[in-house]
Design a protein around this ligand. Structure first.
Ligand SMILES: *[C@@H]1O[C@H](CO)[C@@H](O)[C@H](O)[C@H]1NC(C)=O
Length: 498
């Protein structure tokens, strides 16, 4: 008898779970007219007494489903009142309404976004008691409370949940910390981690997420502090955190610190060091022109049998050229069997930096000869090299870049940009923002540009500006095919800091 009962219960339980699973994920579409009617009432009557609002809702016909409730929440993403009052109405009229963690989270999010912290907290406690809680609940809670600088409550959430059967859990903590750092609440996340550290021991990932967060915010001191705390705790940093720290030091012009870190890791964990770390260090050392250090790292990388790729070779080439070691740079290029575009870009970028635009154009011709198609980035570097960042005022009106650019911009209906550009030209000598070659080329990446660049090329050639003629003509030809137009690549970071 007992057994039968149990199996009956189990059977029942199964049945019950399939029903809830179904209501979790209803396919029945919501009637949009009904939704609109209900939302209109909720909006217009949101401040009315309960009786009045309820009778209005009661006299409106609508099919209340789980999905219907979610869509009401979606209609008012930042106003707690209509949503919460609808929730209360449902509680009253339909206590058996199949609320789920999804519907509760949705409502919690609305209340959080409207920053009603008291109501937020009481709903959260209610959810905990009713056990409608998952990781998403934690995330909504901590993002809201962190954003409202309710630091004490941030920590309190974990205690509240623990008291209701959702024990302290590292995985949840890490998810929460990641979400908080994702919206720049790094200090708040750190506070939570360190207040809870006796209950939830932070691991490599926790520290890495915090370090990442501070690095993304550019807060080098805070990131270092977390790094040191991690070391004090005896937690081994993973290589991602380590690369992140190095990169931040390089970015902040603290190359010494970056190298110190690199040497420490190299000394302690040589066998774990991967190509990504080497490439990162080489890239930055070359960027900073620290070629001796770069050489040393490069050699070690090779001696450890790590494949050197085109990007790194491009970095090395750029570093050499920018240090006026042009012959060596060419030698490196010569020894590469089939250099790809990043190698050529390294050369061009370096030469442009040395104001050797003509030589950079030679590289441009060479890459085309060798079947390597230039990209938008190539053209931008070359134009900046020849014309300066701001474009150039020519004496001959035919090749006067102000007329070409401004005329061109007006022609494509960009008179506002053209006006701005004229303004800049007039103010020359004062601080002049750079001319946006990227936008300019994009405006003319069409049939019209094809004709215009061909014309431009001819005129430039007539007055002896062969380099520019070649560059513009090639760009125009590139526009001749739709495919290639589609392939034009967006501006990259590099092009900005030539
Ligand atoms: C560089 O790129 C080219 C073209 O994609 C490829 O054939 C070559 O193997 C690459 N070289 C290295 C060293 O990775």
């Amino acid at each position: 008898m007992l057994l039968r009962r149990t199996s009956f219960l189990i059977l029942n339980y199964r049945l019950f779970t399939t029903i809830t699973a179904k209501s979790n994920n209803p396919i029945s579409p919501v009637n949009q007219d009904q939704l609109l009617r209900v939302c209109t009432i909720l909006y217009q009557q949101q401040n009315m007494p309960e009786l009045r609002l309820n009778s209005k809702l009661a006299s409106t016909e609508f099919q209340l489903t789980h999905e219907f409730f979610l869509q009401v929440c979606n209609t008012f993403p930042y106003s707690w009142r209509p949503v919460y009052r609808f929730f209360q109405y449902i509680q009253q009229q339909n206590p058996a309404f199949p609320h789920t963690t999804v519907s509760f989270n949705k409502m919690l999010d609305v209340i959080g976004k409207s920053r009603n912290i008291d109501l937020f907290w009481s709903l959260l406690s209610d959810m905990a008691r009713r056990r409608f809680v998952n990781d998403k609940t934690f995330i909504i809670a901590l993002k809201t409370l962190g954003g409202a600088r309710e630091l004490k409550k941030c920590v309190e959430v974990f205690h509240l949940m623990n008291g209701n059967g959702f024990g302290y859990n590292l995985e949840t903590l890490n998810k929460v910390v990641r979400a908080m750092c994702g919206c720049k609440l790094v200090d708040e996340a750190k506070h939570v981690v360190f207040k809870l550290r006796d209950l939830i021991i932070p691991d490599t990932a926790t520290y890495r997420i915090l370090i990442d967060g501070y690095c993304d915010k550019g807060e080098v001191i805070e990131a270092s502090k977390v790094w040191n705390l991690m070391m004090d705790d005896g937690v081994r940093p993973d290589l991602i955190a380590f690369e992140k720290m190095m990169e931040m030091f390089f970015k902040k012009d603290m190359c010494g610190e970056a190298l110190k870190l690199f040497r420490t890791i190299r000394f302690k964990r040589m066998d774990e060091l991967q190509d990504s770390s080497y490439k990162l260090v080489i890239k930055w050392l070359c960027k900073k022109g620290m070629m001796c250090d770069a050489q040393e790292v490069f050699d070690e990388m090779r001696s450890r049998g790590i494949q050197v790729d085109n990007v790194t070779l491009g970095d090395v080439v750029y570093g050499l050229v920018s240090r006026h070691r042009i012959r060596e740079a060419y030698q490196v290029v010569k020894e590469i069997d089939s250099p790809d575009i990043s190698v050529y870009h390294g050369l061009i970028k370096g030469l442009v930096r040395l104001r050797r635009a003509s030589e950079a154009t030679e590289v441009f011709r060479e890459m085309i000869r060798r079947g390597c198609e230039p990209t938008m980035h190539t053209y931008i570097m070359l134009l900046q090299g020849h014309l300066g960042r701001r474009g150039r005022k020519g004496s001959d009106p035919l090749i006067n870049f102000d007329t070409i650019f401004v005329g061109g911009l007006v022609k494509v209906g960009k008179s506002k940009e053209a006006g701005k550009y004229v303004e800049r030209v007039m103010n020359r000598g004062l601080e002049v923002p750079r001319f946006d070659y990227n936008k300019f080329l994009h405006y003319f990446s069409n049939e019209e540009g094809m004709v215009m660049f061909e014309e431009m090329g001819k005129k430039l050639r007539e007055v002896g500006l062969v380099d520019l003629a070649d560059i513009f003509e090639r760009y125009g030809q590139k526009m001749a095919t739709r495919d290639r137009r589609r392939n034009r690549s967006p501006i990259s970071e590099d092009a900005k800091d030539v």
